[in-house]
Ligand binder design. Structure first.
Ligand SMILES: Nc1ncnc2c1ncn2[C@@H]1O[C@H](COP(=O)(O)OP(=O)(O)OP(=O)(O)O)[C@@H](O)[C@H]1O
Length: 262
């Protein structure tokens, strides 16, 4: 099993490797249930004659309340990994589980439902619907997870539900609530995307370069928002090149050529 760099008191329940986590890929009875588990993920792409093996047996777990940064050179498979972990893409091999529930190798509608209830996703391409203003985008994300609130009860969710305007305030966009994506700057888009990702009070937050286009102060606000979510018990996995994001992580996973290297 590959080693893991621990930056600030990482959770002992979590691990990472390019091989199996446990014998059967599930937590043993003595381990608390991980928020997110990936077991031996493989992902191939074929473009004409060219084949790319973007993920080569990536295994990892993220515990509730833990922040994990994923770093590595361009093209090493970070976004592909995030897409598989979010259920937006299907791995060609291996399994993704959310709180012990299988997310991968299920119909797209099932994955979308599970994602809407449990996962906040922030992608580089952003997650805003262009025909809705920012406030409506956030409200839609909250509505999409409503079924979960009814079934599981609010007590199981990490932290109290976040009010829409409070969320916009936190990302510094309260005055832009009625604006559309096409009317926002790159930095504003990134912050609005984060507000949408957090709108369903997710157990798991998956973010691809959430602070890439932000100035120092705004990056700090975004990091505080993410840390609050982790403090409320959510598992965070953040793909990043930012030393400030790496500095707040409990653990750093290094990817190289589709494999975990340390
Ligand atoms: N849809 C696709 N079709 C073909 N190849 C793809 C596809 N998506 C990703 N790849 C390839 O898979 C590899 C991993 O890509 P990925 O986007 O995951 O890398 P990354 O580490 O996120 O890169 P970056 O830091 O530049 O965003 C790359 O070689 C990329 O060209």
């Amino acid at each position: 099993m590959d080693t893991v760099t621990s930056l600030s008191g990482s959770n002992a329940a979590s691990s990472v490797s390019s091989g199996p986590v446990t014998g059967n890929g599930r937590p043993t009875s003595s381990e608390p249930t991980a928020a997110l588990t990936a077991d031996r993920l493989y992902r191939f792409f074929r473009t004409g004659e060219e084949e790319t093996l973007a993920l080569r047996g990536v295994s990892l777990t993220v515990a509730p309340g833990e922040t994990v940064a994923v770093v590595g050179p361009s093209g090493c498979g970070k976004s592909t990994l995030l897409g598989c972990l979010a259920g937006l893409d299907e791995p060609d091999g291996g399994t993704v589980r959310v709180g012990g529930q299988r997310l991968s190798h299920r119909p797209e509608a099932d994955r979308a439902r599970l994602r809407a209830r449990r996962i906040g996703v922030l992608l580089q391409s952003r997650n805003l619907l262009p025909h809705l203003n920012i406030r409506a985008n956030i409200e839609l994300a909250r509505t999409a997870c409503h079924g979960r609130t009814q079934r599981r009860g609010t007590t199981e969710r990490p932290g109290a539900p976040v009010a829409v305007m409070d969320l916009l305030e936190r990302v510094g966009l309260a005055r832009r609530a009625e604006a559309y994506a096409s009317e926002l700057s790159g930095g504003e888009l990134a912050r609005a995307g984060l507000a949408v990702a957090l709108a369903n009070d997710p157990d798991i937050v998956l973010a691809d370069e959430p602070t890439g286009e932000l100035d120092g102060d705004t990056e700090q606000h975004v990091l505080e928002l993410l840390r609050d979510r982790a403090g409320a018990g959510a598992a965070l996995l953040v793909v990043t090149h930012s030393p400030r994001v790496v500095a707040i992580a409990d653990r750093v996973i290094h990817l190289h050529d589709g494999m975990v290297t340390s």
